[in-house]
Design a protein around this ligand. Sequence first.
Ligand SMILES: *Cc1c(COP(=O)(O)O)cnc(C)c1O
Length: 368
Amino acid sequence: MAEPIFVTRSMMPTKEEYFAEVSDIWDSCWLTNMGTHHRKLETQLQKYLDIDSIALLSSGHMSLEAAIQAFDLKGEVITTPFTFVSTIHALVRNGIKPVFCDIRRDDYTLDVEKAEKLITPETVAIMPVHVYGNVCDIEGFDRLAEKYNIKIIYDAAHTFGETYKGKSVVSYGDAATLSFHATKVFHTIEGGAVCSADSSIVERINKMKNFGIVDEEMICEVGFNAKMNEFQAAMGTCNLRHIEEEIQGRKRIYQEYIDCLQDCKEISCNYYKKDVAPNYAYFPILVEGDLENRDKVLEALKKQNIYARKYFYPLISNLLCYKGMYGNELLPVAEEVSRKVLTLPIYSSLKLEDVHKICSVIQQILKK
Ligand SMILES: *Cc1c(COP(=O)(O)O)cnc(C)c1O
């Protein structure tokens, strides 16, 4: 049987490259607490992402929690049920009531018009997700921020390195958080970041992630521990050297899928807006028609040792820990999309012949 194909494959520098990057750590014995590797990656990411300030953290999840705390958010935050559970956990763990809002059918991001209808005097922020690297309606959310005086914090875990209208995607909104988990386009094994044009927010997060320590005798607030360590930062530095190749490689896979599947009536592919320079983080398809078709495709691929994923099913609002707890706003589009969606394998070292095989398995099973 052929090697299993998973939905993604972590980017890896060569052993030699990583060992060369970390070898000085054996001289310094400086393993964490904002050492030279942390500072180096910080500077490199500022430049690569074309932003003024960035705080590096131990994970994407802690980046979300840190952003929520840095803005002192309390009350209600409007967000999407069509995301990874981390987005909602971060809100709830900080005492916030998530208000689930429906998504758009064309790009699966939070629907601005529907979000506006859910704004109440308790609403302090909106947390949209640039899901699959599809950039949200940024102008729409900017308008709501201004009209209602609320914050916009983007969960940008899927949009590393993307631009919208020529500007870094993470420069929009009051803040944007990134995930550098091993399964993401760019990774530091585990890791994440908060980007904000407001440097005081980034400074505050940099203290918070280290217990709120200002200096030996001064602790300014109730912080936590979410520092990125030196080995993580060094992995980031290595991966950043090859990120363009990774994205170009993914683009090739993306285009091959589009070529193979665009005429398949039962499949809807994901297209990017023309103003977006994408990173090809995911290749979601909707399996249209009979609702059983999606699982049929999933099973047929599994038989060939190919593991697509149902990102994002079930909806967060249907999970055991959230069901019925945060209102029962109707979410018809999100319900439909989550029941039809399947994300197919995409990463730069995936072979074109594997893409052809995946597409022919899909077309075969849908013909039956
Ligand atoms: C991966 C991810 C997170 C969490 O990031 P971690 O680095 O795994 O903690 C949050 N939100 C979204 C949308 C994600 O995909």
